[in-house]
Write a protein that binds this ligand. Structure first.
Ligand code: 2AM
Ligand code: CA
Ligand code: CA
Ligand code: CA
Length: 279
């Protein structure tokens, strides 16, 4: 079992501190961004706030845990191949911090208040701490493996819906217009008439936190990276939900096509996505 405390500093306390500090700074910069650049495609945005927040988090973690490894979105070349390789490169790490400084940059740039800071700690490839912070609502979602998931100290529990037709489901528009977008449009087309309604709010990490909080019955998205999912995956699991990929394999850090639910609707959602993929 990994120790949860090294040198008197709990992993979770450091993760929470990083998310709160970075989140506060990010929120203070909204509306005054000076550098807006594109990365892999014209839909793939980055600002000086993404980079600055990642640097802030990385420095803080490095001060407390200098021997730990670090994987952050803005430290990796853009594109799915580079992000898969970057994860591969740290696959032997004992302790690995996985950070998305701003999940939902497009929302952030437009002032649409649905973006988050996502910080996970994995021990030998298994997420043991997950923190997602929503600065717009000052909501802090925290999970430790085996100890439950909490939003501002209140224990979270996934929702109870047993069928898709009672379910509020979220997904995402993949930025890759050639493969992932058409693939996911099939899923959207198949699910839209079967669920109570769909939401596409633009932050995978926050969608996962909402599944954990019981505000969404489920979520799926394709073509994500480890930093989008890792923290939220533990929130979902510790709130009693289920995580897998889109063909039902168990969640692990390399999963890019993710399904997260309250557990009860998992099979039905997977089934519909399978049917959609094969049409
Ligand atoms: P980001 O804001 O950190 O980039 C919304 O559908 C999700 O997709 C967000 O979690 C967002 O994370 C991610 N996303 C945005 N642009 C992307 C891209 N070009 N490739 C992969 N994921 C992307
Ligand atoms: Ca990005
Ligand atoms: Ca992201
Ligand atoms: Ca990001």
């Amino acid at each position: 079992q990994p120790e949860s405390v090294i040198g008197g500093k709990s992993f979770t306390a450091v993760a929470v501190n990083c998310a709160a500090k970075a989140g506060e700074w990010i929120k203070s910069k909204i509306g005054s961004i000076t550098q807006l650049d594109t990365k892999y495609s014209m839909q793939d945005l980055v600002t000086e706030v993404d980079k600055g927040a990642e640097r802030m988090i990385r420095n803080l973690i490095g001060t407390h845990f200098p021997t730990h490894s670090f994987l952050g979105e803005e430290g990796v070349e853009p594109g799915p191949e580079a992000s898969a390789k970057a994860l591969q490169d740290v696959s032997n790490a004992e302790y690995l911090w996985i950070v998305d400084p701003v999940d939902g940059t497009t929302n952030y740039v437009h002032g649409f208040p649905f973006y988050s800071v996502s910080i996970a700690l994995a021990h030998r490839g298994q997420v043991i701490v997950g923190v997602v912070y929503d600065p717009s609502r000052d909501e802090l979602f925290v999970a430790e493996r085996g100890k439950g998931a909490y939003v501002h100290g209140r224990k979270m529990q996934v929702s109870q819906e047993a069928t898709l037709n009672q379910s509020l489901i979220a997904t995402g528009f993949p930025a890759d217009p050639h493969v992932a977008l058409p693939a996911n449009m099939k899923g959207i087309q198949a699910l839209a008439p079967k669920v109570r309604n769909l939401r596409i709010a633009g932050s995978a990490a926050l969608h996962l936190a909402y599944v954990a909080a019981g505000r969404l019955s489920g979520f799926w998205e394709m073509n994500l990276s480890a930093w989008d999912i890792a923290a939220g995956s533990l929130l979902v699991e510790e709130a009693g939900g289920r995580m897998s990929d889109t063909v039902g394999e168990p969640y692990q850090l390399a999963v890019r096509n993710v399904v997260a639910t309250n557990g009860r609707i998992h099979g039905e959602l997977l089934g519909e996505l399978q049917v959609a993929a094969n049409t």
